[in-house]
Design a binder for this molecule. Structure first.
Ligand SMILES: NC(=O)c1ccc[n+]([C@@H]2O[C@H](COP(=O)([O-])OP(=O)(O)OC[C@H]3O[C@@H](n4cnc5c(N)ncnc54)[C@H](O)[C@@H]3O)[C@@H](O)[C@H]2O)c1
Length: 305
């Protein structure tokens, strides 16, 4: 199969591109290198430096004629989306629709859309969240993800372009850029390696669902052939608070200093974790890597870098 991966120079999609190539597929990557890095781009992939919002994108998709488009490129920061909703909307809604429209015109058979299990359900959802919950996103970033989901459904209904939506929990692993809440594992490891104590907010009680990027890549491989016209939570269902996460990182790194404590940050969700039974049933996917193992693999990556 030929797969065009947007955002493939970034953290998650570069791991997805590697998994596709390992499974014997041909991969084309489009990334404007806003956050991505050429070091992450698989040598066997064809690379285009382009912005998903540009007219050029349609020309690339028309020339490459991929069977599947896997859309990861995005502005990924929730606080940035609150500070600057217009830019968030421009990249995450207009850019997304531009990729879908180019895909539809080029006869792409399937569109894999990356959404966010941490934001699309809002804060009042019963945990662990299932996919059937109403999509009541509360940030511009979450609203853009919900909107992208509506658009893929439109393209499926109107043009028969199949889709799979993957709603990730908190993804961690090699190549993550240490910024934002989603990057807490990378942030802690980076601080420890540069001799600074990690900072824990609000007593470290916030609960999250941390999923290893290798498992997320495997879900993207499964979605090539399965899960048509469905949305799936992709996480572990295991709730981990920041103190537990810090203990796991201390174990992997051998770092014994206590973390610095800081007050609770307004806007941080108290808890979010996902029910992933549907992915197991329909994609045949479940996470394999336990937190301690995934953190050890992530630390090895940063240590060797
Ligand atoms: N990291 C997480 O825990 C998490 C959780 C839920 C969903 N997601 C989603 O997964 C996807 C990948 O996230 P990531 O954590 O790997 O982030 P990332 O920033 O490492 O990757 C995003 C990539 O998109 C590229 N990009 C951004 N704007 C672009 C544009 N206008 N044109 C072309 N390329 C552009 C960046 O250069 C980068 O390489 C995003 O859609 C994100 O919303 C991530």
């Amino acid at each position: 199969m030929k797969i065009l991966v947007t955002g493939g120079a970034g953290f998650i999609a570069s791991n997805v591109a590697d998994a596709y190539i390992k499974a014997g597929h041909r991969v084309v990557i489009v990334d404007n290198l806003f956050m991505g890095n050429m070091k992450n781009v698989n040598k066997k992939a064809k690379f285009y430096k382009a912005d998903i919002r540009d007219a050029m994108l349609a020309k690339i998709v028309a020339r490459e004629k991929p069977d599947v488009v896997n859309h990861h490129a995005a502005q990924i920061s929730v606080p940035d989306s609150v500070r600057d909703p217009v830019t968030d909307m421009d990249i995450n809604i207009r850019g997304t629709v531009n990729v879908m429209e180019a895909s539809r015109k080029a006869g792409v058979k399937k569109f894999i859309f990356i959404s966010s299990g941490g934001t699309v359900y809002g804060s009042n959802v019963k945990l662990p969240a299932t996919e059937d919950n109403p999509l009541t996103a509360e940030s511009p970033y979450g609203i853009a993800k919900v909107t992208g989901e509506h658009y893929v459904r439109f393209y499926a209904a109107r043009y028969g372009m199949k889709y799979t939506i993957l709603r990730y929990s908190n993804v961690y692993g090699p190549r993550q850029i240490p910024h934002g809440e989603a990057g807490v594992v990378a942030i802690f490891i980076e601080r420890i390696m540069s001799g600074k104590r990690p900072v824990i907010y609000g007593g470290g009680k916030c609960l999250r669902d941390y999923v290893y990027v290798g498992d997320v890549a495997a879900a993207n491989v499964a979605a090539l052939k399965k899960g048509n016209n469905e949305a799936f939570n992709i996480g572990t269902g295991v709730k981990t608070d920041v103190n537990m996460l810090y203990a796991a990182i201390q174990k992997a790194t051998g770092y014994s200093e206590p973390a610095e404590q800081a007050p609770y940050r307004a806007g941080d969700l108290k808890a979010n974790y996902l029910n992933c039974a549907r992915a197991k049933r329909l994609l045949g996917w479940s996470p394999k890597v336990k937190l301690n193992e995934g953190i050890a693999l992530t630390y090895e990556y940063y240590r060797d870098k």
